[in-house]
Design a protein around this ligand. Structure first.
Ligand SMILES: NC(=O)c1ccc[n+]([C@@H]2O[C@H](COP(=O)([O-])OP(=O)(O)OC[C@H]3O[C@@H](n4cnc5c(N)ncnc54)[C@H](O)[C@@H]3O)[C@@H](O)[C@H]2O)c1
Ligand SMILES: O=C(O)C[C@H](O)C(=O)O
Ligand SMILES: [Mg+2]
Length: 560
């Protein structure tokens, strides 16, 4: 673990460091804002500016001689990095996708390890190109190879706002990856920095190593985690309980995001903690919100409100009649033994459609409007299933292949448009290129990934000071996201067309305002609960936006 010495940003500590004898004096030097000197600064990615250190800082922080004399501006450094990245793209043309993706991840990761300000700036400005590398789908490949790729730990911090925790038991659709799953909290928190403007000094990725049941990893001599089977039952829960108590004792105002826990623990831990701690489960709640936004969005903006109103107007039992749940054993009916209580309301009458019916049978019988894939199994929306969707009762059927990473998607975008028809709405968890259709139009791909929701849920909750995340806050987030999908042909990609920070600010504001409605806001910093409740929608968006961190080099010494 790396301990970052960030002392020196408060007035008191500026006073303490002011007389540091290690500051080489020029005229009448002002105080230095950092305790570290020389190579310690260059090796700290938070402070490091590489060749961008101005002369005053080189003098006073003991950097002369450690850097080449020429000063390179931030913009030049930025352009140079982008040029190296593009040259890597050129040099790896024609090589296998996995090799290229990992090479791209390495060059970004090396920058992250060296200079965080530059790293986050290139990430924010090029989020469309870089999110698929630091996040889904390449992060899956990184997790699979993590023990071999590992170079340097990612930190320990003084103050924490956002924690993303995993136990590594269900990493994307790749199964149990043990400690190598740490790549997911790191990737999610990078998205928190890029999309929500959470200060990278205040995020904490956590991997709880409770063992792994992945035999290949247990036998791999390079595997970095505990070589023991996963803890189970009460022993497991005691560890999670201890973590939650410790985290909230240390950082009572933090928000904890549970990520990629296997279903068996995802639902149980959510029930156990959601009324007690400020936490949510991204895969359960964030994903439900994205799927809901997608469903509302496919109705078109005009009818979204009506759809919500109608949904609110019917009972849960009525609503479940419209859903057909298929798992690895086929369609779930009441004939199934040992039904999970959460599944019971969805179980169909076997007289209507047989127990265990395949996806294609269900599609042919039900002629659904929407096909939603969260199976983790690549390709199960095969040609036959997709062709059956042509008989959908909807004139604009929706196909969401939400499983990650790319190879685990239920179908590709190209296959969906080719087999199911050119009138479909397509969404996928991992990015796909838009598809050139035979009729000359473009088949638009929406990225139906919780990355459009969790940053706003986390940021809105944090800035509200709420101590729990309510259903109202989650529904507000989904409805807000749905409003970004319009029915116009040209705007089908609108989720990705708007800047992700813009979407996050709006989603965050919706979450915060829902927390106000639920009367649970406690305020954040100088902004009290009354201030929050008096803010208009626009003022709330503005408040959220003003609280976003942005990467620029800060001066490390006072000029005077
Ligand atoms: N796009 C997103 O934002 C997003 C969010 C969360 C999860 N996911 C993806 O969803 C996938 C599943 O995650 P999860 O947490 O729901 O996993 P899970 O293990 O809880 O659920 C998988 C389900 O798929 C069923 N299944 C397995 N094989 C099947 C088959 N051949 N046919 C039909 N059903 C089958 C299983 O019975 C199970 O019910 C993963 O790939 C994950 O990456 C995507
Ligand atoms: O990580 C992602 O890309 C989305 C989601 O949380 C998943 O588990 O697949
Ligand atoms: Mg996940």
């Amino acid at each position: 673990m790396m301990w970052r010495n960030i002392a020196g940003f408060s007035k008191a500590s500026i006073g303490r460091t002011g007389g540091s004898r290690r500051c080489l004096s020029t005229a009448i030097p002002g105080p230095c804002m950092v305790h570290k000197r020389g190579s310690d600064i260059l090796h700290d990615p938070w402070f490091n500016k590489d060749t961008g250190f101005p002369l005053t800082e080189r003098d006073r922080l003991g950097l002369r001689g450690l850097l080449p004399p020429r000063i390179i501006s931030f913009e030049q450094q930025y352009d140079r990095f982008i040029e190296s990245f593009r040259s890597l793209e050129r040099n790896t043309l024609g090589q296998p996708d996995n090799v290229v993706s990992l090479a791209k991840w390495r060059i970004l990761n090396r920058l992250h390890d060296r200079n965080e300000t530059l790293y986050y700036r290139v990430l924010i400005d090029n989020i469309k190109d870089f999110a698929p590398i630091i996040y889904t789908p390449t992060v899956g490949l990184v997790c699979q190879n993590y023990s071999g790729l590992y170079r340097r730990p990612r930190g320990m911090y003084f103050s924490v706002d956002m924690i993303v925790i995993t136990d590594g038991s269900r990493i994307l659709g790749l199964g149990d990856l043990g400690v190598q799953g740490i790549g997911i909290p790191i990737g999610k928190l990078d998205m928190y920095v890029a999309a929500a403007g959470i200060n990278p000094q205040r995020v904490l990725p956590i991997m709880l190593d409770v063992g792994t049941n992945n035999q290949k990893l247990l036998q791999n001599p390079l595997y970095l985690g505990l070589r023991q089977p996963r803890l189970e039952g009460d022993e497991y829960l005691e560890i999670i309980d201890e973590f939650m108590e410790a985290a909230f004792t240390r950082w009572p105002k933090a928000v904890v995001q549970f990520e990629d826990f296997q279903a068996k623990w995802a639902f149980g831990t959510l029930d156990r903690y959601r009324k007690k701690f400020c936490m949510f489960n991204d895969d359960v709640q964030g994903t439900a919100g994205v799927a809901l936004a997608g469903l509302l969005g496919t109705c078109g903006l005009g009818v979204t409100e009506q759809a919500v109103a109608r949904m609110a107007g019917i009972s849960f039992a009525e609503a479940t009649k419209n859903f057909y749940l298929i798992d690895k054993d086929g369609l779930v009916t009441t004939e199934r033994s040992k039904l999970d209580p959460a599944v019971v309301p969805f179980a169909k009458n076997p007289a209507e459609i047989r127990e265990g019916a395949s996806i294609v049978e269900v599609v042919k019988t039900v002629r659904p409007h929407v096909l939603l894939g969260l199976s983790g199994v690549g390709g199960i929306f095969n040609e036959e299933v997709l062709k059956a969707m042509r008989e959908s009762d909807s004139c604009k059927p929706a196909i969401f292949a939400m499983s990650n990473p790319t190879l685990n998607a239920e179908c590709t975008a190209a296959d969906a448009f080719k087999h199911a028809g050119e009138n479909i709405v397509f969404g996928s968890g991992s990015p796909f290129e838009n598809v050139q259709l035979e009729n000359g139009n473009v088949g638009h791909v929406n990225q139906a990934n919780n990355m459009y929701l969790f940053p706003g849920i986390g940021l809105g909750t944090l800035l509200s000071g709420a101590r729990i995340v309510t259903d109202g806050m989650l529904l507000a987030a989904a409805e807000c996201l749905a409003s970004y999908m319009t029915d116009e042909e040209s705007s089908k990609t609108v989720w990705t067309k708007c800047s992700i920070r813009h979407i996050t600010a709006e989603v965050g504001a919706a979450v915060l305002r829902a927390a106000v409605s639920d009367d649970i806001v406690e305020g954040h910093g100088d902004v009290g609960p009354r201030d929050l409740s008096h803010m208009s929608k626009e003022e709330t968006v503005d408040y959220i936006t003003r609280n976003m961190w942005f990467p620029i080099y800060s001066p490390l010494v006072h000029e005077k």
